[in-house]
Design a protein around this ligand. Structure first.
Ligand code: PBG
Length: 324
């Protein structure tokens, strides 16, 4: 026998040389949950070890992440019930929690990319990503509000807006609105292939944003489909997306790969709240080694072709990269 693949695995240095994919802090995007108040750091019960922060404490957290080498944060806000309606009024409020947070972060932390979630669900009295009429989530009126919302984030200083709503035509409308309002450099990271998934459960606890009726299947994608994911992604690229994203992550690595093959712009994958919760729960029970599970998961994203990974494990990944 002359061919022995194990030769390349025989020693640690040989294994290092034969390593095909790298993971660095520059691949990471840290989601941040912000709430009203001061000096608040609340653990999310279905996401042990992950917190909602009041803005003052969020600033410290973000400054630390930046020091650790994380290039971007993705902001989500929890909106008081009294401010929710069916029009997204609070979503476009120039003094809303999101807009205030963007301004404060841009002022306090230099050179971090601030990305913002653009969708109506945290602001919606129905918990849906769009405006509801006769029990339906209407597309075109929602898209108008999303475009205003994106402009208000850009005005506050956001570097990138991230529409996560899955309405048709929203990337084009947001791009157009950003150009017209004088924000040509605000990027769009489009959630292009976002599936109707049970893995968002803990996130909806974090923001109290679960749909009040029905589900999200008329706008988020059917888990059975992959050709549709490519179609959605190509449309978003044509409409002006700068980065495209697949979500959730691990159950959809085939989609990440397929999109990597057709996209000539950065591809992101979102390791979502339920995926975080699974690793946390199994390792709390002693059934998985948490650190190994995290790194193996992150490498799977890189192998599938993701340039960027949005994950609640940023701090752990960086600690593990340092020790490796
Ligand atoms: C809002 C939004 C969701 C997530 C990101 N943006 C929830 C949803 O669509 O219901 C999920 C993120 C996660 O689960 O980590 N449109």
């Amino acid at each position: 026998m002359h061919i022995r693949p194990r030769r390349l695995r025989a020693t640690a240095s040989m294994r290092r040389m034969a390593t095909e994919h790298q993971l660095t802090p520059a691949n990471l995007i840290a989601p941040i949950f912000i709430i009203e108040g001061e000096q608040i750091r609340e653990e999310i019960s279905s996401m042990p070890g992950y917190y909602r922060y009041s803005l003052d404490l969020a600033l410290n957290e973000i400054a630390e992440l930046k020091e650790m080498g994380v290039p971007a944060v993705l902001l989500f806000v929890k909106v008081d019930d009294g401010l929710k309606d069916n029009k997204g009024s609070e979503a476009v409020n120039p003094d809303g929690l999101m807009q205030r947070s963007i301004r404060a972060i841009k002022k306090a932390v230099s050179d971090i990319t601030v990305m913002t979630d653009v969708a109506l669900d945290p602001y919606s009295s129905y918990g849906h990503d769009g405006i509801v009429e006769d029990g339906e989530i209407v597309n075109d009126r929602t898209v108008q509000v999303l475009a205003q919302m994106a402009v208000s984030h850009a005005q506050a200083g956001a570097d990138a807006v991230a529409p996560s709503d899955m309405m048709d035509g929203r990337v084009a409308a947001i791009r157009e609105a950003l150009e017209i309002s004088g924000h040509p450099n605000t990027a769009i990271m489009a959630y292009s292939a976002k599936y109707a998934s049970c893995f968002y459960g803990p996130f909806r606890d974090a923001l109290d944003s679960a749909p009040g009726f029905g589900d999200k299947k008329t706008y988020q994608m059917n888990p059975a489909n992959i050709r549709e994911a490519i179609r959605e992604t190509l449309l978003d690229i044509e409409e002006g997306a700068d980065i495209v994203m697949v979500k959730p992550g691990v159950p959809y690595l085939d989609v990440v790969r397929a999109i990597r093959e057709v996209a000539d712009i950065p591809v992101a994958a979102y390791h979502v709240s339920g995926e975080y919760a699974m690793i946390k729960a199994a390792s709390a029970k002693g059934w998985l080694n948490q650190d190994q599970a995290i790194m193996e998961t992150m490498l799977s994203f890189r192998r599938a072709g993701a340039d960027l990974i949005a994950t609640y494990f940023c701090r752990d990944v960086i600690r593990l990269l340092k020790n490796s």
